[in-house]
Design a protein around this ligand. Sequence first.
Ligand code: DX5
Ligand code: ZN
Length: 223
Amino acid sequence: MAQPLIAPSILSADFARLGEEIAAVATPGPTRADWVHVDVMDAHFVPNLTLGLPVVRSLLKSTDVPVDCHLMIDDPDRWAIGYAEAGAYNVTVHVEAAKDPVKLAKDLRAAGAKAGLSIKPGTPLEAHLDTLKHYDTLLVMSVEPGFGGQSFIADVLEKVRTARRLVDTGHLKLIVEIDGGINADTIEQAAEAGVDCFVAGSAVYGADDPGRAVAALREQAAR
Ligand code: DX5
Ligand code: ZN
């Protein structure tokens, strides 16, 4: 498999210093993040509220690290396109919230972004395989979306294994991404199950040196 991708989630960063927090994982070399993961929450789809398009626009101007927007919002059919048009590298919507996910993927791609589809821990993969043919990334949630610092739900690795198999046999063509509870204790089992891209919030921004945490996680995932 290709080199694992590490995507620090700024949900655990200091929101008053977001530019510096991203810069801490943007220096070229092993401590550089592959993507920066931005959690957009609307206090409706999930019980938490974070940030929206104006902040993402500013972040996009402040960094050359590809920005991975994870939209935990109602009505992504209406709002997701703005993130793609702003220049996000990947825009992920939740299958539980999207009304027409196939059209949404086409629109996101037409706007120049990769299209991502996320499934909550209790959402089965099988029901959405046809939809996933239109997507570039599959974000498997390994915690209930809404908050950082929760414990990893290992049961979701079965969905990762299924997705990995479908990618390796050519039935799907996408990056398998995992989000929630990824740290030094859990990343190896996720890597073994076939994850390509690892989101880590508290494990990166809770560390004394976020860049070193990125490098350490990537090394562990590659083993
Ligand atoms: C949770 C968010 C995650 C969160 C992960 O709903 O989607 O991206 O930041 O945080 P950790 O890595 O601390 O579980
Ligand atoms: Zn996320």
